[in-house]
Design a protein around this ligand. Structure first.
Ligand code: PLP
Length: 385
């Protein structure tokens, strides 16, 4: 049976061929651990990681590549920012569209450090009004944590407007760019972003096990871990400089080799072009949904603010059953349920059973979107009968 992968919000697939080649070549020709030896291959490994940092930094307008801290995924990057920055009794402003990777650490911080959390309500399309953000900030606010693009409905927040509000009020801004990195142009300087957390394995099209936190010049969170860095083995404490302060233990060098190739690919195509492709597919898919009796789409109708993640429901059918039928009978792979974001589903009015989520990637095309839409129509027709 034909297979169509439409779960790119979880992780993108397939990857550009250069990513696989770079990973194989690292394992075959280098193989050493970076920063842990003076022999040729160890130096090459260090060079590769340095080059990856440079490529990633350029993609996000980061002037100093040492500010890019590599992590396992976006969740780890968010945790470094949240646990490392927030102290006893601090106030943080976030939104009603956050992923559990922000909401759960904040709940734990509330319990363990008495951190006070304000959730700003987003619209029924999942968008934040920057004026509401401004109203929620108080003199005690130590951080604003904002999702850039929703993993449930694709809504793209105006980070530049939020950044301007935060800058004016003197509050650092943490952006969860899990769904926007590689799909929406992001420039940390222009958008006044202090912490940018992103995965390497979603829109950037790198391998699983990669991610990063960009730590701006005005913030210095505590590291989550301490340990070997390869540098300054004589130090009894963690080296107090970037990126070693945060990067304890051996790197995922094979993953970073893939990430470098992936980011070079994204930089060449450009996030703007990739984003336009995804939102065009979303617009086409939603137009088909609008023609289908009993099918409801949840998310923005302004497709310039749609990152290519479309949530739908079929009247009278459990989303899990719809997803199962799409996979088993049509080979269309989607995710169903709450997508790690109960807050977002409460905002959209879909908390009871979640949604069926079609998330498009660079390698999906219009023909695949039409096939998936027809498959959904058939499932809905049968389900409704
Ligand atoms: C909005 C959002 N934030 C955070 C994450 C966590 O990303 P990762 O799986 O790389 O930890 C995701 C993953 O789906 C996400 O969509």
């Amino acid at each position: 049976m034909r297979e169509i992968y439409m779960d790119n919000a979880a992780t993108s697939w397939p990857k550009p061929p250069a990513v696989l080649e770079a990973m194989a070549s690292y394992q075959k020709d280098i193989g050493a651990s970076a920063g842990r030896g003076g022999y040729r291959r160890a130096v090459e490994a260090s060079r590769l990681i340095f080059d990856t940092r440079e490529v990633v930094a350029r993609l996000f307008g980061v002037a100093e590549s040492r500010r890019i801290v590599f992590t396992l995924n976006c969740t780890e990057a968010l945790n470094i920012a949240l646990w490392g920055w927030l102290d006893e009794g601090d106030h943080v402003v976030t939104t009603s569209m956050e992923h559990n990777s922000v909401a759960r650490p904040l709940n734990h911080l509330k319990k363990e450090r008495g951190v006070d959390v304000t959730y700003v309500q987003c619209s029924a399309e999942g968008l934040l009004d920057p004026d509401d953000l401004s109203r929620a900030i108080t003199p005690r606010t130590r951080l604003v944590a904002l999702v850039h693009a929703s993993n449930v409905c694709g809504a793209v927040n105006d980070v530049a407007a939020a950044g301007a509000v935060c800058r004016e009020r003197g509050v650092p801004l943490l952006v969860d760019a899990a769904q926007s990195a590689g799909a929406v142009p992001v420039d940390v300087e222009e958008m006044s972003v202090d912490f940018l957390a992103f995965p390497g394995h979603k829109g950037l099209m790198g391998p699983l096990g990669t991610g990063a936190l960009c730590v701006g010049p005005n913030v210095k969170p505590r590291p989550l871990y301490q340990g070997g860095t390869g540098s300054h083995s004589e130090f009894t404490f963690q080296p107090d400089y970037l990126p070693d302060f945060y990067e304890a233990g051996s790197h995922n060098a094979i993953g970073l080799a893939g990430l470098k190739a992936a980011c070079e690919f994204v930089a060449e195509v450009t996030p703007a072009v990739i984003g336009a492709h995804k939102s065009k597919l979303a617009a086409r898919f939603v137009a088909a949904m609008d023609e289908m009796p009993g099918v409801t789409y949840y998310g923005p109708r302004d497709f310039a603010r749609q990152a290519g993640v479309c949530s739908v429901r079929v009247e009278g059918m459990d989303p899990a059953l719809v997803g199962h039928a799409l996979d088993a009978e049509y080979g269309v792979m989607v995710r169903t349920g709450l997508h790690c974001s109960p807050l977002a589903h409460t905002t959209l009015g879909t908390i009871d059973a979640g949604t069926v989520r079609f998330s498009f990637g660079y390698y999906n095309d219009e023909e695949q979107v039409d096939f998936a839409a027809r498959a959904l129509a058939e499932v809905a027709r049968r389900g409704g009968s």
